[in-house]
Ligand binder design. Sequence first.
Ligand code: S3P
Length: 430
Amino acid sequence: MIHLRVPGDKSVAHRLLILATLAEGESTLSGVPASLDVASTIGCLRELGAEVEDLGGGTFRVTGPAAWQSPREPLDCGNSGTTARLLSGLIAGLGIEAELRGDPSLSLRPMDRVVYPLQAMGARISYVERADRLPVRLEGRASGALRKLRYRPRVSSAQVRAALLLAALAGRTDLEILDRLRPRDHTERILRAMGAPVTSEPRESGEKVGLRGGTWNRGLAPIDAAVPGDLSSAAFLVVAGLLTGRRVSIEGVGANPTRTGFLRVLAEMGARVDLEETGTEAGEPVGDLMVTARSLRPFAVDESLVPQLIDEVPALVALASRVEGVSVIRGASELRVKESDRLAMLVSNLRTLGVRCEELSDGLRVHGTSAPLRGIVRTGGDHRIAMAFAALGVGPGCSVTVDDAQCVDVSFPGFWDALTEVDSGEGVQQ
Ligand code: S3P
């Protein structure tokens, strides 16, 4: 068995860091990943006046509430959509002035999904260059709270939900979101752990989330938490383990049910998946994951499951390409607006390697094969495309080169060493 650890969950880390800046007192957060995306959030928070002290080894002390200030220079969100969207909500709620920018890839990703509802709440947020894209400018507001909002998002997105919750909290207003599907709920769990009046109610396939920010006059309690390991990073190592037939165990990963769709699909494919819960951090279940290879069947994923495995689709597709039969993913058009158009990138790279597949408007179909797969993969700078094909490359009969090895640092510095451990079977052996 190969024992591995993965960096802390990026989604949880962004949220803990941001929410700690609003708390009444000192929060200590450990296991914060050294990912470039999280570094973007920390950099922006500091520019906004927050005290985020690096204690070393992934531990940060955040002293709240921050003495907020309007930064002189535009805030750089780098490649991180979560940073851009969550901070848009926070800054709108605080009512200070700021401009948010991103790298060329982030500047191609849609912003209307947060800008529209924030405008509906009375925030003065507008585009600097072109509609629906970064940079955005927030103009502050003279005084008073934001307007309350009851909102049905067109896309069910955890980033939108978090942005609006932050706006309602910092802008002291009531919010109700009616999501058609159920995205990851880290923000609500952390808010609850910090004492905020947030409610969640399941509805058909979706969820209703509320925050009574208008009448709440207590502050957020500070929080001490260890960020759970990132299941989205673990997914690539699990796939490499399944392809090489090696048993992989990953300790201390986040086991939030709104994130574990990937594991449910693996189990349906016939893999043995053991997830032993070991505790809770910041309202998030944490566990040790063990995945054992068996002969696998193809899978079919539909819209209702997509939010729970949205970031794992590249890993699942890499696996599907080596599983005899046709695997299908539908209802996943959101993948076209991630760090790259992931549907197009997956299909073109699979074809380059010699895998038959079809691109659908909202998904793809992959015809698994055991024929040798060889070639150079174009990542387009997308970390998850790079890691998915790298994982495929360690499987028998595969030889894959990715054109940009560095881009994995956005989420998983240390990925290449971890992958080598799975590839060589030289992890800590049992
Ligand atoms: C994230 C939510 C997801 C995910 C992204 C991180 C988050 O996006 O793809 O990598 O931390 O909220 P959407 O929920 O907006 O699709």
